[in-house]
Design a protein around this ligand. Structure first.
Ligand code: ATP
Length: 347
């Protein structure tokens, strides 16, 4: 039952690399917060600061009302699942999971019987019962990942910190295990921070997502808010496979604008725009409707991707990608197109 609160948290390496840049963030009790961003944006550093594995340059970290900023890692009661899992190769599954408890045995006055009981309990939770005596090399990748998770959970942490925990697995297992991680974190009501660069994974696992770039949090919100109300150009283009079109505002009324990108597009904007402003217009491929509309485009290429067809269009001189459930037309043919949704951002 812990609320994690970061206040103006900052980490500068070697006096010049600003890895985490004045981050404010609240993760509510029992909430799963994904930290989503590209490589090098500071996600791991943020996680390590919360774990106490890295000391902040400035700013503060609270667990509920306790200021833990200067507390050593072993006194924080956080557990980290690293990308590499870091299992002990010579130990059995049981001993790998028991390891953290044995370190705490004295302090928490744990008996051998209690250790056994708690390890069994957590192995059952991650569905590894029966594999106690195996060593990591005798397990599949997915099973090793579960051991890493069990090892983190066995100490009953207040805060669970996962750093790209599924990055070493193939696509199918990643989908299975992200659901597992969510199920378990929710069952235990444990406050969780989940670092990933994969948008779909972030959306699937988390209650809310913090999108990060260049050390800064760009937006915090539910997956729907992030997807449907991107706060800025970075967020709009990082989630989804967007078209980016350059244009100039022709009309503006509140947040609704008409932008000339070679043809007129109705867009919404978080900025106060006025006619004549140069903007970048972001259009999701699924918001390019084929088979009606005032725009005339030529089909250049159609690619079948399983769940949908991706169509490359040329509309006047402007290239546009569309995605939909049916192939619209053959290459070379003309189709009527409507852009049903778009966002306009200042460059
Ligand atoms: P990735 O997804 O590639 O792991 P990330 O978003 O987790 O990236 P960080 O590992 O937090 O990013 O790194 C953020 C920035 O801080 C990078 O520019 C990185 O090179 C730098 N950095 C990280 N750790 C150190 C360190 N110990 N010393 C110096 N610079 C560091």
């Amino acid at each position: 039952m812990t609320i994690v609160r970061l206040e103006k948290l900052r980490k500068v390496f070697d006096n010049r690399v600003v890895a985490v840049d004045d981050v404010d963030l609240v993760v509510n009790h029992g909430e799963i917060m994904a930290v989503l961003g590209p490589s090098g944006c500071g996600k791991t550093t943020l996680l390590r600061l919360v774990a106490g594995l890295e000391e902040p340059t400035s700013g503060r970290i609270f667990f509920d009302d306790r200021d833990v900023t200067r507390l050593p890692t072993q006194e924080r009661n956080t557990a980290v699942v690293p990308q590499t899992w870091a299992l002990w190769p010579h130990m059995t599954v049981f001993e790998n999971v028991a390891y953290g408890l044995r370190l705490r045995k004295k302090r928490e006055r744990l008996t051998e019987g209690e250790i056994k009981r708690r390890v069994r309990e957590v192995l059952e939770l991650v569905e590894l019962t029966g594999l106690e005596e195996r060593r990591p090399f005798q397990l599949s990748g997915g099973q090793q990942q579960r051991v890493a998770l069990a090892r983190a959970l066995v100490i009953r942490p207040e805060v669970l910190l996962l750093d790209e925990p599924l990055a070493n697995l193939d696509a199918k297992l990643r989908v299975e295990l992200r659901e597992e991680v969510r199920r378990i974190a929710k069952k235990l009501s444990i406050t969780t921070i989940y670092v990933t660069h994969d948008q779909e994974e972030a959306f699937a696992v988390a209650d809310r997502v913090a999108v990060m770039n260049a050390g800064r949090i760009q937006q915090v919100g539910t997956p729907e808010e992030i997807y449907y109300k991107p706060a800025n150009f970075f967020v709009a283009t990082f989630v989804g496979r967007s078209n980016v079109l350059r244009g100039r505002v022709a009309e503006a009324k509140g947040e609704a604008v008409v932008v000339d990108v070679g043809f007129p597009v109705n867009a919404i904007s978080p900025h106060r725009l006025k006619p004549g402003d140069d903007v970048e217009v972001v259009v999701r491929p699924e918001d390019v409707y084929l088979g009606g509309g005032s725009l005339r485009c030529v089909v250049e290429e159609v690619v079948f991707l399983g769940r949908y067809y991706q169509t490359k269009l040329k509309c006047g001189g402007v290239a546009l990608k569309a995605e939909g459930p049916r192939p619209p037309a053959a290459p070379g043919e003309e189709v009527a197109v409507e852009v049903t949704k778009a966002w306009a951002f200042k460059p």
